[in-house]
Design a protein around this ligand. Structure first.
Ligand code: NAD
Ligand code: WQD
Length: 338
């Protein structure tokens, strides 16, 4: 029952870990990526990891370079797959832009890539009668929507253009499901804060340009690329005054995709929205302390003013995803930092 899966953004930080997991499980992959924020080198790395575990068939990964806003580019992938008798069974849609700050400077760019790109993908999927999709949404859609831990049923209230684009794509997916609920299988995954890397160290988070998220910044300080980390605020209403987040190991996150795709492929129809986090909150200072301890390095840091748009505490109510996916993250903060 080899299944053929299209992964948009498959070369990126999360996408590369998902690819590895799906290849290990025997899926046949089609990857669409513009390499705007990633490199083709990642596929050599994946091959190396799989060669070592003697688990790899080169024919199983088909890489296509292009932009998800280009209809012909996506259409061609579906065509090539079906010409090989490997019609795409499902799509994991990760491609897009993810910087909150950049989205405030250039909102139309974000709406164009994230929303128009997704609409384009959905049109190509419909034209090819592929109606199974896992979509990478974000905890950012909750904004400051009140009740913590965040539950999927909370009202969403994104407070930046990036979050607005994710919330809009979720709405579009809902509309599509309602228009043809007998045949669509949709799962929206709202990721919390994915960090860490595959234990081989051969793939990980290596964004082009200046990172904005805390973990790649800590890594740059640890490796000497950056002198210090600026910690945004020390008088938040939290245990130690720094913000708390729900960090999840990227390998656990990838595993949740396997479970979610298996769930979709078995379902007749469905429209699910699930949080993907660990359900625990960790402060910036605790993350730094753990990183220093398990890696035996010093991370220089300095407190600075609060960052616009930050909220003190964000963590997931994970009960629904743990139950539906029959999955639980395995790794703790120490593993993520190692
Ligand atoms: P990433 O930037 O590493 O990966 C995104 C990939 O999409 C990159 O390989 C990039 O080259 C590609 N891409 C960007 N624009 C494209 C376009 N127009 N056409 C084709 N490819 C394009 O980011 P990531 O951290 O792996 O995130 C993957 C997805 O998960 C994104 O949709 C992001 O919004 C979402 N997400 C990420 C986080 C996080 O903290 N990393 C949290 C929540 C949600
Ligand atoms: C984590 C904590 C900062 C940088 C964002 C998106 C979310 C998701 C994950 C994509 C916060 C603090 C950070 C720094 C710091 N991505 N920090 N100094 O803001 O929780 O979430 O990324 O969807 O949608 O909103 O993650 O890694 O930026 O910050 O002190 O230089 O680290 O204040 O408390 P965030 P982050």
């Amino acid at each position: 029952n080899l299944k053929n899966i299209l992964i948009t953004g498959g070369a990126g930080f999360i996408g590369s870990h998902i690819c590895l997991n799906f290849l290990e499980q025997g899926f046949n992959l089609y990857i669409a990526d513009s390499f705007l924020n990633s490199s083709k080198e990642v596929f050599n790395r994946l091959k190396n990891i799989l060669d070592i575990s003697n688990n790899y068939d080169v024919k199983k990964i088909n890489v296509f370079e292009g932009d998800i806003r280009n209809y012909k580019f996506l259409e061609n992938i579906f065509l090539e797959a079906s010409n090989k008798n490997e019609a795409i069974d499902g799509v994991i849609h990760l491609a897009g832009l993810k910087s909150v700050f950049e989205s405030t400077l250039d909102p139309t760019y974000y709406w164009d890539v994230n929303v128009n790109g997704s609409i384009n993908l959905l049109k190509v999927m419909m034209a090819n009668n592929c109606k199974t999709i896992l979509f990478s949404s974000s905890a950012t859609v909750y904004g400051n929507s009140g009740e913590i831990p965040f539950k999927e049923s909370n009202l969403i209230n994104p407070i930046n253009p990036y979050g607005e684009t994710k919330a809009t794509i979720e709405k579009i997916l809902n509309n599509i499901f309602n228009s043809d609920s007998k045949s669509w299988r949709i799962c929206v995954l709202r990721y919390f804060n994915p960090i860490g890397a595959h234990p081989s160290g051969m793939i990980g988070e290596n964004p082009n340009g200046t990172p904005e998220n805390i973990f790649p910044l800590i890594l740059q300080v640890a490796s000497g690329l950056r002198k210090k980390l600026f910690v945004f605020g020390n008088d938040w209403p939290t245990q130690d005054g720094t913000c708390e987040r729900d960090y999840i190991h990227v390998v656990d996150l990838a595993q949740a995709h396997i479970k979610a795709m298996q769930y979709l492929l078995k379902a007749k129809n469905c429209n699910l929205t699930l949080n993907v986090g660990k359900g625990l909150s960790t402060s910036v200072l605790d993350l730094l302390k753990t990183f220093e301890k398990v890696n035996n390095v010093k991370i220089n840091f300095e407190f600075t003013s609060k960052r616009d748009g930050d909220i003190p505490i964000s963590f997931a109510d994970t009960s629904l995803s743990f139950k539906i996916l029959n999955w639980k993250p395995k790794y703790n903060i120490e593993d993520m930092c190692k």
